[in-house]
Design a protein around this ligand. Structure first.
Ligand code: GP9
Ligand code: MN
Length: 628
């Protein structure tokens, strides 16, 4: 008996056991941090088996490398866990290994990341420091070399058996929601399963002999909509031949419009503009992990963004039929403006892939008047107007704003709202100030366009790229401020709701269209207004919102694949369709009876798969010198 105890003591103080136990504890703490309810023992076994297995591999190394290898193993796994925590904080979903490759992008938006970084995260590495010190001062009885190998072998064998069991068992369990899947299957098991069963492996490129008209017909069939000839459509060609100016507004949510804080309008310029625009208040974001760049992609292609990676990163090298390409053929000069570096979100590939004639990125905007990630929206628009002035007409110019990027810190002199003291130091207060600035800069942009004679002969489109406020960033005070502003509890419906506004000076006069829409619908709607028939030319998964009687919006990222918004509910699956959750769009209350909407769930998945298959069939292009 005494021998067993002394062997156990020797085992538990071995480097193998110490590092494995510490790392498993870290993994379990991450479960505690990321998932609300979880089973402690299950988490310990699920994460532990892989960690004891991985650390066990080090035991097979020559003795002189082991010490170093343990520390290295600890550092690598801790960084992986830290990366996952950071990713969840930023994107609000558990990343697959594909998405983890995009962490380079997260580091580029360091301000945002730092605001999410809790200094406590650094404590994740503290064990290494303690172990180094203990080792240095020879306080730690480490028996690595003299350890009874039988115990190690037994532990590794148990770990291998448990890892194999959990892998085999969960291979057959489909859980649509990535957060739930990682919680249930274990984080490391979930990553490994994704590696083994590439969720996109079943998608085969679409038959390239199909014409755009045939694919569009297939899309209409899946949606159950009937074909209407262009000339029978309302608003067809009302803006024919005009310039097109698109303004994609960073993190801009719909609730900001026509809302007052302390008696003051948050967005006075846009509110005024609504009176001479066509406004769609019931539009929802459809972005994937590529956030801003996915919004740009959807505006220009009407294709679903990828579910597991930023589209610009994984598919940005494919020559993609798009709005700029269509307009290039019609003699338009096509341009896009954004004050970030071109390589961010792989835009150096994306823009040529979308066929823009020109793109204007950093360092064109210099380094004056920096707000958040780069030069302010004012700098962007000023430079933009000076280029538009000289551009041949008609032109298509897309502007991607940036000053209102998370964490919404703008210089004091740019804070135009007088907020009550409850807003001091709150993210909601910062968000309102930043979006008030977005609106003010747009107001100045509009004035300049008018002064240069570029307003009346243009169509100007505005929309938010994606949400700015997520419940997880909000504390009690933030929530109560928001609830007061909105007059109801802040819900996912508010979070994903972005505005879509089209101004055609002289033509639009404050029409409000309450149809449900998504970002895929922007291109078909603009094409109809421009009198460009895309039916035979451009594969598109969205609908012209001006000629739509019913619509179902598919979302595949911030809510799991299969999530949708139809005229009645916002739905997301959990393990499958039946155990999903739904909210009534009108009351924002949970709905339990949603089974009769199963066809919407199946339909959005079929459309998303068809979109992926189509994207895979597009030819790759080699981009050596992206700058046109
Ligand atoms: C980066 C900027 C922000 O260029 O557009 O991107 P986001 O973090 O919102 O995807
Ligand atoms: Mn964005």
């Amino acid at each position: 008996m005494g021998k067993i105890w002394s062997n156990l003591r020797r085992f538990l103080t071995s480097q193998y056991a110490i590092f494995s136990i510490i790392l498993t504890t870290k993994a379990v703490l991450i479960h505690l941090f990321l998932f609300h309810d979880f089973d402690l023992i299950k988490a310990f076994i699920l994460e532990g088996c892989y960690i004891f297995l991985l650390m066990g591999l080090i035991e097979f190394l020559p003795a002189r490398f082991r010490n170093m290898a343990y520390f290295l193993g600890d550092a690598v796994l801790t960084t992986l866990f830290g990366g996952i925590v950071l990713y969840v904080a930023y994107f609000n979903t558990v990343p697959t290994y594909f998405a983890l490759f995009q962490l380079g992008q997260v580091s580029a938006i360091s301000d945002s990341v730092f605001s999410l970084l809790n200094p406590l995260y650094l404590l994740m590495y503290v064990d290494m420091l303690i172990l180094i010190l203990l080792q240095r001062f020879k306080k730690l009885p480490i028996y690595t070399i003299k350890i009874n190998k039988k115990w190690v072998k037994a532990a590794i064998t148990v770990a291998v058996v448990l890892a194999l069991m959990s892998f085999t068992y969960y291979k057959g369990v489909d859980i649509a929601n990535p957060v739930l899947a990682a919680e249930n299957k274990g984080i490391l098991n979930y990553e490994l399963l994704n590696l083994y069963k590439n969720p996109q492996a079943n998608i085969k490129p679409l038959d390239t002999s199909l014409t755009p008209a045939e694919i569009n017909e297939k899309i209409r069939d899946i949606k159950g909509i009937t074909y209407k000839k262009p000339h029978n459509r309302t608003w067809y060609g009302v803006a024919k031949g005009r310039n097109i100016i698109v303004i994609q507004m960073e993190s801009f949510q719909n609730f900001l419009l026509n809302t007052k804080v302390n008696g003051e309008e948050i967005t006075p310029n846009l509110n005024r503009l609504l009176k001479e625009s066509l406004y769609f208040p019931n539009v929802f974001q459809q972005v994937g992990p590529g956030n801003t760049s996915d919004a740009e992609y959807m505006m220009n292609t009407s294709l679903f963004p990828q579910a597991y990676s930023a589209t610009s990163i994984s598919e940005g090298d494919r020559k993609t039929p798009s709005l700029p390409r269509l307009l290039n053929h019609l003699g338009y000069n096509t341009m896009t403006f954004h004050a970030d570096e071109l390589k961010f979100w792989n835009r150096d590939q994306l823009y040529p892939a979308l066929g823009f004639n020109h793109f204007y990125e950093q360092p064109l905007y210099g380094n004056k008047d920096i707000v958040g990630l780069g030069p302010s929206d004012d700098v962007l628009y000023n430079k933009g107007v000076s280029i538009l002035k000289k551009s041949p007409q008609p032109f298509y110019a897309m502007f991607v704003s940036m000053s209102s990027h998370h964490p919404y810190k703008i210089p004091d002199e740019k804070k135009g709202l007088t907020l009550p003291t409850q807003y001091d130091g709150s993210i909601v207060g910062d968000y309102l100030q930043a979006q008030h600035y977005t609106d003010a800069a747009i107001g100045r942009f509009i004035d300049r366009l008018k002064a240069e004679g570029l307003w009346n002969n243009s169509v100007i489109v505005f929309y938010g790229d994606h949400f700015g406020l997520d419940r997880k960033m909000l504390n009690k005070n933030d929530l109560s401020l928001l609830n007061g502003l909105l007059d109801h509890p802040y819900s996912s419906i508010d979070r994903y709701n972005i505005p879509f506004i089209v101004t055609i000076p002289g033509v639009t006069h404050g029409e409000v269209n309450r149809i449900i829409g998504g970002q895929l619908d922007f291109l078909p709607t603009v094409a109809n207004l421009m009198g460009i028939s895309i039916d035979n030319q451009l594969v598109h998964f969205g609908q012209d919102l001006l000629n739509t009687t019913h619509n179902t919006i598919g979302m595949r990222y911030y809510m799991p694949e299969g999530s949708f918004i139809n005229e009645k509910i916002m739905y997301q699956p959990n393990k499958n369709f039946d155990d999903g959750e739904a909210l009534d769009l009108r009351t924002r209350e949970p709905v339990t009876e949603f089974r009769h909407y199963k066809s919407d769930y199946e339909r959005v998945i079929e459309l998303e798969n068809l979109s992926d298959a189509y994207v895979l069939s597009l030819p790759k292009m080699v981009i050596t010198n992206p700058k046109p």
